[in-house]
Design a protein around this ligand. Structure first.
Ligand code: A2P
Length: 302
């Protein structure tokens, strides 16, 4: 692997950049500048969702960034997500027809005529889950989504699709970092040929979501535990964030770091000038703490 544009296969004819720019918790005031700066910093994948409520300003940032860099739409990979509803919150699950309309609405807010990847954001669709998946396959057939997948799905949700005899998702976007390694789910996904995309790779950082309003379900034990990765990062002469992101790409997971700080943006995409050695990868493999903390906080939009 070398260069920021390294990519991973998504299906037989599509690949996804190894490093993308996440947009969760980026406000509408910040999004246009942040996304355009990210494109100028070298990001070629922008990950967004209707649940983040910033698609319009993310779309403006995409246009600004492409123009500033003399790029075209085809140079960029864009991921969007269906909010599936959640009966547990009195939020009716989307039907198949509503799913198609939701994708159209996202495309219109983003100002795009297709997305590279469209995901069901969460398995909250209940009885409608398979109907939503069928609608995504229709969106792929009609060219509105080049690839289709899911997010936050567990083994049983994937088995449900397989049992219905439907084509399997190209990808499952899940919380993945050394504290949440999900080996069983990843093995299950590998059996189905589903690519992992990692979100919240930076959870173990002491600087992760510390601004007011950025809820974090990190335990006090986690907050106190900030030396292992620092020491390892020092050994490679990189930042802790680079070490955590490199752990993801070295395992074959596309990662989606987000920062509003241009220096950190550049740092987070600079992952290919060093490699974590086998001893440290083996040590990191022992640091799993089970379920993640980002999704576990129950936030509806991530
Ligand atoms: P900031 O925007 O001030 O850089 P996630 O992608 O899971 O939402 O995590 C993003 C969080 O991690 C934000 O709080 C962001 O803060 C912080 N962050 C991102 N990159 C770095 C970095 N290279 N060093 C330190 N903190 C970072």
């Amino acid at each position: 692997m070398s260069g920021a544009q390294t990519s991973f296969a998504l299906n037989s004819d599509t690949s996804i950049p190894a490093v993308g720019f996440g947009t969760y918790l980026i406000s509408n005031d910040d999004a246009e500048t942040a996304i355009s700066s990210a494109i100028s910093a070298g990001y070629r994948h922008i990950d967004t969702a209707s649940g983040y409520r910033n698609e319009q300003t993310v779309g403006a940032g995409i246009r600004k960034g492409l123009q500033a860099e003399g790029l075209t739409r085809a140079d960029l990979f864009v991921t969007a997500k269906l909010w599936p509803g959640n009966p547990a919150w009195g939020d009716a699950p989307k039907t198949g027809a509503q799913t198609i309309k939701e994708c159209d609405a996202s495309l219109s807010r983003l100002g795009l005529d297709y997305v590279d990847l469209y995901l069901i954001h969460a398995p909250y669709g209940g009885d409608m889950r398979l109907e939503q998946w069928r609608a995504l396959l229709e969106l792929q057939n009609s060219g509105k989504a080049r690839s289709v997948g899911v997010s936050n799905f567990n083994e049983s949700h994937l088995d449900e699709i397989a049992a219905a005899g439907l084509p399997m998702p190209d990808a499952n976007q899940i919380e993945l970092h050394p504290w949440s390694q999900k080996p069983d789910l990843l093995a299950h996904m590998a059996r189905y040929g589903i690519a992992p995309i990692a979100y919240s790779s930076l959870v173990p950082l002491s600087t992760w979501r510390t601004e007011p309003g950025q809820d974090s379900a990190k335990t006090d034990e986690m907050k106190a535990d900030d030396t292992a990765f620092k020491n390892m990062a020092n050994k490679y002469g990189v930042s802790e964030a680079q070490l955590l992101l490199r752990w993801g790409v070295q395992n074959g997971y596309a990662v989606l770091p987000k920062s509003l700080n241009p220096d950190r943006m550049r740092q987070n995409i600079d992952l290919f000038s060093f490699a974590i050695d086998e001893t440290d990868m083996a040590l990191m493999a022992t640091m799993d703490r089970g379920d993640g903390v980002a999704w576990a906080s129950g936030d509806p939009s991530k």
